[in-house]
Design a protein around this ligand. Structure first.
Ligand SMILES: Nc1ncnc2c1ncn2[C@@H]1O[C@H](COP(=O)(O)OP(=O)(O)OP(=O)(O)O)[C@@H](O)[C@H]1O
Ligand SMILES: [Mg+2]
Length: 316
């Protein structure tokens, strides 16, 4: 079945609204946008979004289906390294689906099938022979609800590196004249400091992590993700369950982390996206990426009428 026969009236209307100025010129139609018409930036224009530095991810023609449901449609975008990319759009437009494609978390969903290419540092992550454990170590993830393990704060941090065999233990540690404990202590302090939680918990590292507040738990989960030394941090609405003070701590943290990490963050909070991100991708209902560019430009001068309507609250 082709995409055209599958698409609904609304989707067809959305597709036809993407007629570019060039196409209009070719077809002899006037260029002026009159009442009721929608001017959309052409796909070529925003796909060519240029940024400084290298691309961490290059996503090309990404389609995701859940059974017969076409959740993401032909998404192409490059994500620059060491910066914050915000993904925004109404509920159900495919933001989480897209995020999960970046570390193949969709593999865990039986009904999901993924087409297209996703390259991380120039290497296709969907090609055969990719080590998924290694991939997810490089591309860490933080979820909407904080989900610490029911263990001590210290054990939450050391769990990942221990599992990956990155903590020098026993014989090796002895050979290097260190004890396993020293390794753990260094790792715990470094990760918690990076996640701006160290000062609040340094005297209670053996306490159960579930005794922390929600905001502290979320920063612990960020520290846990950082402990395996990833390059990329994927965050799916990490502050949506938190109060304004905890939210602002997470926002500051995301900003600081982007000096060293590539952060891709889903948020429903448009002010938050505008505050913390360098570039913003707007997905709209139907699983399309409708606009992508510098955050300031997307919010202040969106090229797509639908994005302008969404941002100004006219629809969503
Ligand atoms: N595990 C799944 N099984 C089947 N369909 C799914 C699954 N996850 C998502 N979908 C469908 O894919 C589409 C996109 O969902 P997704 O969760 O990516 O949206 P979202 O933009 O993250 O929404 P929200 O803002 O509500 O979190 C939706 O139609 C949803 O019903
Ligand atoms: Mg989601």
């Amino acid at each position: 079945m082709t995409e055209t026969t599958q698409s609904t009236d609304t989707e067809q209307a959305a597709e036809s609204a993407q007629t570019s100025d060039i196409e209009m010129q070719r077809s002899g139609q006037p260029l002026e946008v009159t009442a009721g018409e929608t001017r959309e930036k052409t796909r070529d224009e925003w796909t060519d979004y240029e940024f400084e530095g290298d691309a961490k991810f290059a996503v090309e023609d990404l389609d995701v289906y859940y059974g017969d449901d076409h959740a993401l449609k032909g998404v192409s975008m490059d994500i620059p390294e060491n910066s914050v990319t915000a993904l925004i759009g109404p509920s159900g437009c495919g933001k989480s689906t897209f995020l999960r494609c970046l570390n193949r978390m969709n593999d865990r969903i039986k009904a999901a099938s993924v087409d297209g290419t996703v390259e991380l540092d120039g290497e296709g992550i969907y090609q055969d022979g990719i080590n998924l454990v290694e991939l997810r170590k490089r591309v860490g993830m933080v979820f909407q609800s904080p989900n610490p393990f029911p263990k001590s704060i210290r054990d939450n941090i050391s769990y990942g590196p221990r599992k990956h065999g990155d903590l020098e233990t026993g014989f090796l540690a002895n050979l290097l004249g260190r004890s396993d404990d020293e390794e753990v202590e260094e790792l715990v302090e470094r990760s918690l400091t990076q996640a701006a939680l160290w000062d609040e918990v340094k005297d209670r590292l053996d306490d159960n992590a579930l005794g922390l507040s929600g905001g502290q738990q979320q920063r612990l989960c960020i520290a846990r993700a950082l402990a395996t030394e990833p390059d990329v941090l994927l965050m799916d609405e990490p502050a949506s369950a938190l109060d304004p003070i905890a939210t602002s701590k997470i926002e500051d943290l995301v900003h600081d982390l982007s000096e060293q990490y590539t952060v891709v963050i889903v948020t429903h909070n448009m002010q938050q996206a505008a505050r913390i991100s360098d570039q913003t991708a707007v997905f709209l209902t139907g699983g399309e990426l409708v606009e992508y560019g510098d955050t300031e430009q997307v919010f202040e001068d969106p090229q797509s009428q639908r994005v302008e309507d969404y941002i100004s609250g006219k629809f969503g």
